[in-house]
Design a protein around this ligand. Structure first.
Ligand code: SAM
Length: 292
């Protein structure tokens, strides 16, 4: 077992892997702010975005760019600073570095060189979306971004189809519909949540089958970044004797047409069909454009 030497006995600096907000600038820890203020250098994926954060908190630490295209070369420079005794903070564009963001090369090089790597935990879109989905989170599989090519995406989805786990993927808004259509091809029955613009003004989470959500976002193209969660197979099965989503939806439409508010319609349909209110609510909000 390896132990960290006391600070006074170490000549090398520490590499702090520091989480920063995914939208709302208030989502930063007190420790992250102190570390960002005290280190000799901040290695930032997007210097403009990091400067905004630093300006907001009155921090004047020097910044150097560190992104996917200069990672190998910059890792050598940062390592040389760490070996010379400087503390360095690694931050990404948003959230936690290394989670679909650069930094792995640097962290591995630091570990190999005997530099202490200290995580400074905080926001990540993955965990924010996971807890907002209401899906079971043990086990939780994180797939990052799916491959861009359609056949490779389908293959990647099929490779995790047998897992009894909630599946989480990052996706860009302009590829969301296409991705949902592919999710629908592999997981036609499962409940899916799309968590968008988390911690920002237009934060939203929508639930439905992937097919329903694809239809919704075709009509209303999404803006902002999103995380797609696919519920595990056990939870996705409708309990024996329970009505299908189509039956619930048709009852909901009748209730809404009769003039009930969405809240009352959900309550009435849940009672009438003997179905969990949360399920009826999720089906109801998968169709926001048709009803108020
Ligand atoms: N390292 C980051 C983290 O810890 O979440 C993620 C970086 S990855 C390059 C960017 C992706 O994260 C986006 O395409 C989107 O899928 C997700 N994301 C980032 N911010 C988000 C937000 N505010 N709401 C929803 N998803 C977000």
């Amino acid at each position: 077992m390896e132990q960290k030497a006391p600070r006074s006995e170490r000549e090398k600096g520490t590499l702090y892997v520091c989480s920063t907000p995914i939208g709302n600038l208030e989502d930063v820890t007190l420790r992250a702010l102190r570390v960002l203020r005290e280190v000799a250098l901040i290695a930032a994926e997007d210097t403009r975005r990091t400067r905004n954060l630093l300006r907001h908190y009155g921090i004047a630490t020097p910044i150097t760019s560190f992104h996917a295209h200069n990672e190998a070369e910059k890792a050598r420079y940062i390592l040389s600073r760490l070996l010379a005794g400087d503390d360095v903070a690694l931050v990404s564009d948003a959230g936690t570095p290394l989670l679909s963001d650069p930094g792995l090369t640097l962290v591995q090089a630091a570990i190999d060189a005997g530099v202490h790597v200290a995580p400074v935990p905080g926001p990540s879109a993955l965990l924010a979306a996971a807890v907002a989905s209401g899906f079971r989170l043990h086990p939780l599989y994180f797939g990052g971004f799916l491959p861009r090519q359609r056949s490779a995406r389908l293959k990647a989805l099929q490779s995790v189809a047998q897992l009894d786990a909630t599946l989480a993927f990052y996706e860009a808004p302009h590829r969301l519909v296409e991705m949902l259509e592919e999710v629908a091809a592999v997981f036609p029955q499962r409940r899916v949540a799309v968590a968008r613009e988390l911690t920002k003004l237009h934060e939203s989470v929508l639930w439905g089958t992937a097919g329903e959500l694809a239809v919704h976002y075709t009509k209303k193209p999404p803006k902002g970044e999103c995380v797609v969660l696919i519920e595990g197979p056990a939870a996705a099965e409708v309990q024996p004797g329970e009505p299908s989503d189509d039956v619930v939806r048709s009852e909901l439409e009748k209730a809404l047409d009769s003039g009930l508010s969405k809240k009352d319609a959900v309550k009435e349909v849940a009672q009438k069909l003997g179905v969990d209110k949360k399920r009826v609510y999720r089906i109801a909000i998968a169709h926001p454009p048709q009803r108020a």
